[in-house]
Design a protein around this ligand. Structure first.
Ligand code: 13P
Ligand code: SF4
Length: 328
């Protein structure tokens, strides 16, 4: 049946109820090193399952920012991408912040270089800059407030109505927030290389194969995908949506690492990876640069770690602090 409609096998994760994963020796080694280093491991929902299993906290960008700010261990090991580890250093500068692979970047962050934003602001000095957290510390330092996919609508709703808004760097999230809030915004022409690969056509084919499944999509997806989803939300909210929905199966239109988290939190349901036109799932090449070996090695060597100019850090902290206060 599936083969008649799809040109690849769908990636289906059946209920995990009752199954427990035993830790491997390398995972045990990580837990020992973690104790020795007095470290806390924070992992994004897109990390591989082996990393999520040894993390102290697994969540979305907003939850991770709060956890990083509150961390009282000597060292934060951030299993995510560079802008996330940088955010941890900005909110908690006294800690050593390790990132297992320093090359783990983000196409969205790259799409908004600080020099270009500075030039735009020089030409449009009155604009109020809302920056999605997927951007560099230098871009954050030029912004008025930061947001994540989990709080973006709430943040935009709190901006004085007479201010003209520039939303950077994700045009898709910005367009979704604009629709939800009814607030006109200029949109920076950036996008996530991975999320724009999901197409409405591929998801429709998957719906035909799994007619009872609900579609849950990340707001970084393009408009046609968002408009046809049953729910559009941050990765954290996907957990609550899938738990609370009466449906038993879900097509998860985001990075497939999310499904490990969903399987742990909602073990009685079935998850199907969101497809593209050519592939049954769609991994973020940057998130997948962190491996279990690199996690072990960074704890052993206490590097690579995030370093930042203090003046930039202090400036970048202001809009993050505003976001954390506005989101409470
Ligand atoms: P969340 O904050 O929803 O986890 O999104 C982060 C991200 O990078 C999505 O691509
Ligand atoms: Fe960046 Fe996209 Fe990867 Fe998220 S999924 S970290 S936005 S490249």
């Amino acid at each position: 049946m599936a083969a008649a409609i799809l040109n690849y096998e769908p990636m289906v994760f059946p209920p995990k109820k009752g199954k427990t994963d035993r830790l491997t020796s390398i995972q045990e080694e990580i837990l020992t090193l973690k104790k020795e280093r007095n470290a806390v491991i924070l992992a994004h929902n897109y990390q591989i399952d082996a990393i999520q299993q040894v993390a102290d906290y697994v969540g979305d960008s907003l939850g991770l920012a709060y956890r990083a700010e509150a961390a009282d261990a000597d060292c934060i090991v951030f299993c995510g991408v560079h802008f996330m580890a940088e955010t941890a250093k900005i909110v908690n500068p006294g800690k050593t912040v390790l990132l297992p692979d320093m090359a783990a970047g983000c196409s969205l962050s790259d799409s908004c270089p600080a020099e270009k934003l500075a030039a735009y602001k020089a030409a449009n000095p009155d604009v109020y800059v809302v920056a999605y957290i997927n951007c560099s510390a230098a871009v954050k330092a030029l912004s008025d407030v930061i947001c994540t996919s989990g709080n973006a609508v709430n943040i935009v709703n709190q901006i004085p109505p007479d201010r003209e808004i520039l939303f950077v760097p994700d045009q898709n999230l910005g367009q979704w927030v604009s629709k939800q809030s009814g607030r006109a915004m200029q949109l920076w022409p950036g996008s996530c290389y991975a999320h724009v690969l999901f197409t409405q056509q591929a998801i429709e084919k998957m719906r035909l194969t799994f007619p009872d499944a609900q579609v849950v999509a990340h707001p970084e997806c393009v408009e046609a995908v968002r408009d046809n989803a049953d729910e559009v939300c941050s990765t954290e909210k996907m957990v609550a949506f899938c738990r609370d929905s009466p449906a038993d199966s879900f097509i998860v239109v985001t990075e497939p690492g999310m499904i490990h988290r969903l399987q742990r939190e909602v073990p009685e349901k079935t998850f199907i990876a969101g497809p593209t036109d050519t592939c049954a799932c769609n991994e973020c090449r940057y998130m997948k640069m962190n491996t279990i070996e690199k996690l072990r090695d960074c704890l052993k060597d206490m590097r690579p770690h995030i370093e930042m100019d203090e003046a930039v850090r202090l400036q970048a902290y202001q809009p993050i602090k505003r976001m954390l206060e506005w989101s409470l």
